[in-house]
Design a protein around this ligand. Structure first.
Ligand SMILES: [Zn+2]
Length: 412
């Protein structure tokens, strides 16, 4: 997962990679997570007790308790890790408080048997080639499926359903790109991932369609198995792996598309979409909805941090009527339905691909420039395939990665 936060001349990102601890290292990691849970529970106790006695207690107070906390095996944990456990506890306390403030039903914080993460903040870790050296754990192999950039300020070790991950918190310098003098409106969609106002269509890969059958079979077989049995676990792991595979493919693709957009255009206009609504309008199934949802938000987050880093602008425009308005004469066609893939204007006779028409309206709304649609027929269609990057206009396989984060190795 990548997250972007603005901060003067640098930008903070996270890079997530799979890691492969040896059995010995894995045992140590699990042990640390158990000890972390004991620390967490002890601090939670302290908070609960203080509140029972109506005494004020702050994160600083619990932090100060760490030193004298008597917990078996504490010496097996890197000294700064318990501080992050304290932060986690207070994060949870505040989240619960927020829920209650909103009038939501929220119970009490629960005690933990094991924590899911180990947070090395600022120190206690080192990257050496394809290995991560963790204090009190040792060396762990990392699969760097895309290059790690920037200055690493922290590493979070996470135990997932199918394995282990390291999430690197990094600070990278902003790298402004030279102006290209080009601006663009883009329409995001389900059929086509992106349609640009220059008439370029980027396919939404049907990765999920291909594996959907497989997923259904596995799910059916899972419901027939006894929960917790060895066969159940085996099937469940297969299922999680398949989902992960689809997710990785999509992430990789979205990285390529957003890098390309940021390289090509000084300003990018897009709809300030309520992703949820957009997906729900589409009568898709729950699982599919979920995947689409995460892809659109991914697209927006990748695009915005890359633009931010490259000194480009992403401008969100009001999504009202972008599909229903004729890009040539401005006529609003109220009866346009989702099934109408072609926009035909009853007033001026303009005929265009529905999404292309929308992208022109988005371009107009964002740039304020007059509507001057060109009859671009056919649209330049870019299918999803291996080496798709070289097919983008203005891009060649050899051109170096500038500004974006085009991975040199495929995820998978
Ligand atoms: Zn018209």
């Amino acid at each position: 997962m990548w997250r972007a936060k603005e901060k003067s001349n640098t930008i903070q990102l996270s890079f997530k990679y799979r890691i492969y601890p040896t059995r010995e290292a894995e045992e140590k990691l699990l042990r640390v997570m158990e000890i972390e849970a004991k620390v967490y529970n002890a601090l939670l106790d302290a908070v609960n007790n203080a509140r029972k006695e109506r005494k004020k207690i702050t994160p600083k107070d619990t932090q100060a308790m760490l030193k004298d906390l008597k917990i078996e095996g504490k010496e097996l944990v890197y000294s700064k890790v318990p501080q992050m456990v304290n932060n986690q506890l207070w994060y949870n306390i505040n989240a619960l408080h927020e829920l209650k403030k909103k009038g939501k039903k929220a119970g009490k914080l629960r005690y933990k048997k094991i924590m899911k993460t180990i947070n090395y903040n600022q120190s206690g870790f080192k990257v050496q080639g394809d290995r991560l050296v963790l204090s009190k754990i040792g060396e762990v192999k990392v699969l760097f499926h895309r290059p790690l950039e920037g200055e690493v300020t922290g590493v979070i070790i996470k135990r997932g359903a199918t394995g282990w991950y390291a999430i690197f918190q990094v600070e990278v310098e902003k790298k402004p790109l030279e102006k290209t003098g080009k601006v663009v409106g883009i329409d995001l969609g389900v059929e086509k991932l992106v349609t640009t106002s220059d008439g370029i269509v980027i396919e939404n890969p049907r990765v999920f369609d291909k594996v959907e059958g497989k997923i259904k079979i596995l799910q059916r077989s899972l419901t027939r198995k006894k929960r917790g049995s060895r066969n159940y676990e085996k099937t469940r792991k297969k299922l999680v792996k398949l989902h992960e595979h689809v997710k990785n493919l999509m992430s990789d693709y979205i990285h390529k598309v957003t890098s390309w957009l940021v390289e090509q255009y000084d300003e990018i206009y897009m709809e300030g979409l309520d992703v949820k609504e957009m997906v729900e309008n589409n009568e898709s199934k729950t699982l599919r909805k979920h995947i689409l949802h995460s892809n659109f938000s991914k697209f927006m987050s990748y695009l915005s941090y890359k633009a931010e880093r490259a000194g480009r602008r992403v401008v969100k425009v009001n999504p009202a009527y972008t599909s229903r308005t004729c890009a040539r004469c401005g006529y609003v066609k109220k009866d346009l339905t989702l099934d109408d893939r072609i926009f035909v204007c009853p007033k001026c006779g303009w005929v265009a691909d529905r999404d292309y028409n929308a992208s022109l309206n988005i371009f107009h709304a964002g740039s304020g420039l007059p509507l001057k649609p060109v009859d671009r027929k056919p649209l330049l269609y870019i299918p999803f395939s291996e080496g798709v990057y070289s097919k983008f206009p203005g891009r060649s396989r050899k051109s170096p990665s500038r500004g974006g984060d085009a991975p040199s190795v495929r995820a998978g």
